[in-house]
Ligand binder design. Structure first.
Ligand code: PGA
Length: 264
């Protein structure tokens, strides 16, 4: 992290877990255990059906509620889809785009992800765009090339002004849900590489200001070490975010790391 240049973002991703009726209990436990105020931006991405309950339960807590997906279209005959304007209308301001589970199980291509980024920005939502390589790609030594391609594709046609609303999440597919967290060196190297790719498109000042976060088996035991690294500006946390106690410990690690930067 580097709070002098960019914000720290700690995001939870519930995926398709927990019920709308679980939200109140979860919120009470989390709000009661995180520091107030928090210097990091805290975001919780919950399933669509839990968003209204979560917005109400976390109101005034400083924790933003995000969606896990958004349509690439702005309205129309797209049964089962949810568009950015609908999410904005109920109070959502952030959305995860291009998660590897969406790429893998729902055939989301880099072109669709780019369309979704444009749709989100246009509809008032700030995207968290996920990129990351599979184990096979890492084994062939092409991880940097693939991630660079994913970043460039996702940001195609996005203005420098809109870039300031985007967070990039580096989530190696082999680390997601496996307990097989990237080493600090692997995570730092790829987050730094992503920043240099962004610098190549928008210039170094814009790249220094973009938050690049890490996701993939981040938990309460490894978060402190990862968040202290210079190019890792936060985390996107799946499994560990299902437990308010574990998620709160990750938030506390990030606050501790931020304090070590001189009381920011
Ligand atoms: P995980 O998921 O923390 O369970 O590995 C991270 C993610 O998919 O965002």
């Amino acid at each position: 992290m580097n709070p002098y240049y960019r914000k720290t973002v700690i995001g939870g991703n519930w995926k398709m877990n927990l019920l709308p009726s679980d939200v109140d209990r979860y919120a009470e436990a989390l709000i009661g255990s995180i520091p107030h105020p928090c210097d990091a931006e805290l975001v919780l991405a919950v399933p669509f059906v839990s968003i209204p309950a979560a917005i109400s339960a976390f109101s005034g807590s400083g924790i933003q509620i995000a969606a896990q997906n958004v349509s690439e279209h702005s309205s129309g005959a797209f049964t089962g889809e949810v568009c950015a304007a609908q999410l904005f209308d109920i109070g959502v301001r952030r959305v995860i785009i291009g998660h590897s589970e969406r790429r893998l199980y729902f055939c989301e291509t880099d072109a669709i992800i780019n369309n979704k980024a444009h749709a989100a920005i246009f509809g008032g939502l700030d995207p968290i765009i996920c990129v990351g390589e599979s184990a096979e790609v890492r084994d062939t030594g092409c991880a940097c090339e693939l991630v660079a391609f994913q970043v460039k594709s996702a940001l195609s046609g996005i203005s420098a002004q809109a870039l300031s609303r985007i967070v990039i999440a580096y989530e190696p597919v082999w680390a997601i849900g496996t307990g097989n967290v990237a080493t600090p060196q692997q995570a730092q190297d790829m987050c730094s590489h992503i920043r240099s790719v962004i610098s190549g498109i928008y210039g170094s000042a814009a790249a220094e200001a973009v938050s690049v976060i890490y996701g993939g088996s981040m938990d309460e035991n490894n978060a402190g070490e990862l968040l202290a690294l210079p190019d890792i500006d936060g985390g996107l946390i799946g499994r560990a975010s299902l437990s308010p106690a574990a998620f709160s410990k990750i938030v506390q690690s990030s606050e501790k790391a931020l304090k070590q930067f001189g009381g920011i």
